[in-house]
Ligand binder design. Structure first.
Ligand code: SF4
Length: 344
């Protein structure tokens, strides 16, 4: 079995959001028992609607926000249990690239200073080596080393995201969270940045957690995918299997909204996902998706669905595999075709 770069088990993030008129504490369970694993040099896509908890999961893995409980291991290192001082040292091994390259770079710093800063914090490289490393890293992300004297405002959005990637990669991390890394960019710049990330990963062997709402981006980048709904992972598996043969109604609804080259297939499989995410302060009992699921059964209100192994790889947490139609780990597609799904 391949050693894992990142292994997350039963991660919980809970926000305290004040108290009720009766003095009871109000708590928001933003991440509820998330488990995921990424081998070295691989990308796992984490998808879901806005507010599903996917970015919070990425931030909690890096301890940029504090998890309430759960295990996070980077190689053999216990990240979740590390002290503040140990976390500072661990930052060299785990980095993040944020969505917005306009606000993630300090506008008063030159690119040289921005890229040198992580080296100053995490290494004892002499100044000459740091300068050489900045030049080399700029070249690796497709920017001329002479740009080091410039400021972020002198660059386009795509160039700024290249700088942000350079800043994350300059300390040669083992693991990087890519939090919607291309969603602020135009389509042609998006593909350049995605190709750049693939090249960097091939050369560096870094593992990526790609947090994205754009399923086309995730399919392009990630051999494996995890689908999140209201703080929980509802389906995991090889991207090819999940995209072609989804086994959870929520995954099927998300995927059906992605344009396919075959318009017949698009029409036949289209699932309209109506309604918003329920209030995360008071999630539905049983299956959290039941208020929007056209297949909901009595058991869905009473019992939380557990992950069931799916043919072709991965798991789905849905009672359809064990109750009612008893799909038994098979794709949901035949069921979609036999019943026109309208999410309510
Ligand atoms: Fe729908 Fe029930 Fe499956 Fe939840 S467990 S997705 S409500 S069928």
């Amino acid at each position: 079995m391949t050693a894992l770069c990142l292994n997350v088990e039963d991660l919980h993030v809970v926000y305290d959001v004040g108290s009720t008129a009766l003095g009871r504490r109000r708590r928001l369970h933003a991440v509820n028992g998330v488990s995921l694993a990424i081998p070295p040099g691989e990308t796992l896509g984490l998808v879901g609607e806005s507010g599903s908890g996917k970015s919070t999961t990425g931030l909690a893995i890096l301890r940029l926000i504090e998890p309430a409980s759960g295990s996070v291991r980077l190689g053999n290192t216990d990240v979740a249990g590390a002290s503040r001082q140990e976390i500072r040292k661990l930052r060299r091994r785990m980095q993040i690239v944020f969505q917005d390259p306009f606000s993630s770079l300090n506008p008063s710093m030159t690119i040289q200073t921005l890229l040198e800063e992580p080296l100053l914090i995490h290494t004892d490289m002499p100044a000459s080596e740091r300068r050489a490393m900045v030049g080399k890293t700029l070249e690796a992300v497709g920017l001329h080393p002479g740009y080091a004297v410039r400021y972020p405002h002198e660059f386009s959005g795509g160039q700024r995201q290249r700088v942000a990637i350079a800043r994350a990669m300059i300390v040669r991390p083992e693991f990087v969270v890519l939090d919607e890394p291309v969603s602020a960019l135009d389509v042609s710049t998006q593909s350049q940045i995605l190709n750049l990330l693939k090249t960097i990963q091939t050369e560096s062997g870094t593992a990526f957690l790609l947090v994205a709402h754009d399923l086309a981006v995730v399919r392009l980048m990630s051999p494996n995918v995890a689908v999140m709904y209201l703080g929980e992972i509802v389906e995991t598996g090889p991207s090819a299997r999940v995209y072609d043969q989804p086994a959870h109604p929520y995954s099927a609804a998300l995927i059906s909204a992605v344009p396919f080259p075959d318009p017949q297939r698009q029409r036949g499989d289209r699932i309209i996902l109506r309604g918003d995410l329920p209030n995360p302060m008071a999630p539905p009992s049983g299956c959290r998706f039941r208020t929007r699921c056209p297949f909901a059964m009595d058991v869905c209100t009473a019992e939380v669905p557990l992950p069931v192994p799916i043919e072709g790889g991965g798991t789905a947490s849905c009672h359809l595999h064990t109750h009612g139609p008893r799909l038994g780990g098979q794709s949901l597609r035949p069921l979609i075709h036999t019943r026109r799904m309208q999410m309510v």
